[in-house]
Design a binder for this molecule. Sequence first.
Ligand code: ADP
Ligand code: MG
Length: 698
Amino acid sequence: MKYAKMKSRLNSLIPYMNLNTPISALTRVGKTTASRLKNLGINTIEDLLFYFPFRYDDFSLVKKISELIPNESVTVRGKIQLIANRRSWRKRKILTEALISDDSGSLKVIWFNQPFISKILKVGDEIFLSGKLDEARLQMVSPDYEKVKLNTVHTARLVPIYHLTERVTQKQLRFLLSQAMSAIDEVKEYLPGTIIQKYNFPVINKALAEIHFPADLKLADEAKARLQFDELFLIQLSIQKIRKQLGENKAASIKFLEKQTKDFVAGLAFKLTDAQKKCSWEILRDLEKVRPMNRLLEGDVGSGKTIVVALAMLNAILNGYKVIMMAPTEILAVQHYKTLSKVFSKQKFNIALFTGSERLLNGETLTKGKMLKALEDGDFNLAIGTHALIQEGVKINELGLVVVDEQHRFGVSQRKLLARDNERKDYLPHFLSMTATPIPRTLMLTLYGDLDLSVIDEMPLGRKSVITKIVHEQERVKAYDFIREQIKSGRQAFVICPLIDPSDKLGVKSAKQEFEKLSQNVFPDLKIGLMHGRLKSKDKDQVMNDFVQKKLDVLVSTSVIEVGIDVPNATVMMIEGADRFGLAQLHQFRGRVGRGAHQSYCLLFCESGSFETAKRLKYMEELSDGFLLAEKDLELRGAGEIYGTRQSGLPDLKIANLADAKMVSAAQQEAKNIIENNELTPELERELQKLNMSMHFE
Ligand code: ADP
Ligand code: MG
């Protein structure tokens, strides 16, 4: 016992630590604590130093006992006169009571169920107590305590508060960080001096010291700004690096065929919107270059992306190149196949469909072997498919353009895979990604900064907007009557639920439960389908097809309902537990209806009656612009909430705020400068390597 104590004293005195020292080397970190910290992503001293607090308790105000006023966050310094445990007679709690005094008076203090305190603090000890004076009793309840010393950690200062799970306490983490501070000078500056000067940032060691144990709030803010910038800057560096690498590849120049393009557009049943013209032009100009295009076409549901993409395809094919288009699911692949076959009916292009289960060429079914041969021999102009298209065994020559629908992170390596059998091996195809997901600009820069952006920010004329209503529980029956009426007049309806199975949480609607209820009690005479993520993909396709072919009246589904699925006959989108979804996602659901000639409706049911929720959902009633809704979402809920890390490739931001447009674009600009001027230092390279381990841009 004595020996252990001595050893730990010694440990905290000797600065043996470096950044790679495992945290288990720290005083009071045993196996259990080490594994809990590991779950927080903290393995080494360096990880610990880069684990940032999200706010501070301000206990920097030190007052005399006689000056204390109730409910003020404050620290007192005094001597312990009495301290003892006792059992409360009613609640069987253990109370620790103490009396402390300074030269102005004395103060009663009480702690609950922390009997060890009376072992740590002894009569005669000089201590700091941080907390608030209780109004009723004029005592301090459960204050933070610490023996008086020069550099306090838990009291008498701005005290850092961390996001913690895993049964690690604030006190524990602060104690560990106070030890790690001795390694802070080992952290080497990686940000170029010019940037540090330009933005007046503290150097990295100072920033780290002040983010954890700030001398005052101003210094804490400065440290925070620097560390936020670092995070955004490094992400941008990594993106700009990829962008540069892409730009160094060659591509076949696809000439803009003005006459054929004009004839094609003249043959359409409608006039292109200005936004469609602008985006088409941006794409066609890129295609003419001898560098591969890397562009994202973004446009709300129904904004007319297909025709813009078709213009690019037309030019590529007429220049003699092959085009492929990848969709995230079989259903969407089939949908694109049908649409594009119609769009190009006059051109007599050879169009193929290649998915896991279906292989068609100009409407005729082929065996897999025949299809692979047709692709390799180039007996097609346009092939549409799922990921099956980039599997082993598929060889495509003279590939000029790749279009990818709704899969934002279709990486460089995947693109190379596509080009691997291209006769000219050093060429990459032009690449066009398309999405209906409205993404706020700052997120766009952070997530897809390696892509150029074309936005269709205008809807074709005469589009009816979807009438959206928040529906109160009392009006549920009326809502069902309304749905029945719509179905009677030949339409169809979606019902979205937040969960698959009935949950233990009271009141959260599950798709299975709703499906039972609707098919047995509410609409026993109608045909109801059920769709959720645990269905096999074959069964999902079956249900979806049944709905498309009007074999079902109502489709009950979880949020898996396809992005981009087109059922023009559906006019009602009813969403249970709408408060559980973000605005951007609700907007996506709403986009499933309003695609035909009929007026459509979106009904939002909500579980919580809170004011915040009501305010958020109100935006759905008021706004039909997906971008505005996405911006609101980012503002109200933060990026992590909205764009789940894994699905989007969004890095887990520790401290940066993606709603801070100014900082995001400053970080991008600085990163661009560095990459363009070849000023990537070894220090920055090292930071990039660390970042790449936590992120997947490929
Ligand atoms: P998105 O893929 O962006 O959701 P689509 O390309 O599927 O939209 O277009 C939606 C519908 O609007 C299609 O039926 C399409 O033919 C039609 N459309 C496209 N552009 C126009 C336009 N400029 N004017 C009128 N209708 C259009
Ligand atoms: Mg579409």
